[in-house]
Design a protein around this ligand. Structure first.
Ligand SMILES: [Zn+2]
Length: 79
């Protein structure tokens, strides 16, 4: 079983689908049992989606990106 730290270290490869199958299964197994890592992965996925949705965003405009992420999170949390 992976530790949370190991899961976090693999998270970007996991989200990119670049983990080897065995590692991916370990990550999935961890996520089944670990609520906080599920939340972390969800947040990471949202961040990636936000960044991809904003290809022209200047890197120093972080406040607006954070604001958009917060808005997107709020929308996603609605039932
Ligand atoms: Zn964890």
């Amino acid at each position: 079983m992976l530790t949370c730290k190991e899961l976090v270290a693999r998270s970007s490869d996991y989200l990119d689908g670049e983990l080897p199958l065995g590692e991916k299964l370990l990550a999935r197994q961890h996520l089944l049992f670990c609520k906080s890592c599920r939340r972390f992965i969800k947040q990471m996925r949202l961040t990636q989606a936000t960044i991809k949705a904003l290809p022209e965003a200047p890197v120093d405009d972080i406040d607006e990106i954070v604001q958009r992420m917060t808005d997107a999170q709020r929308t996603q949390d609605k039932p």
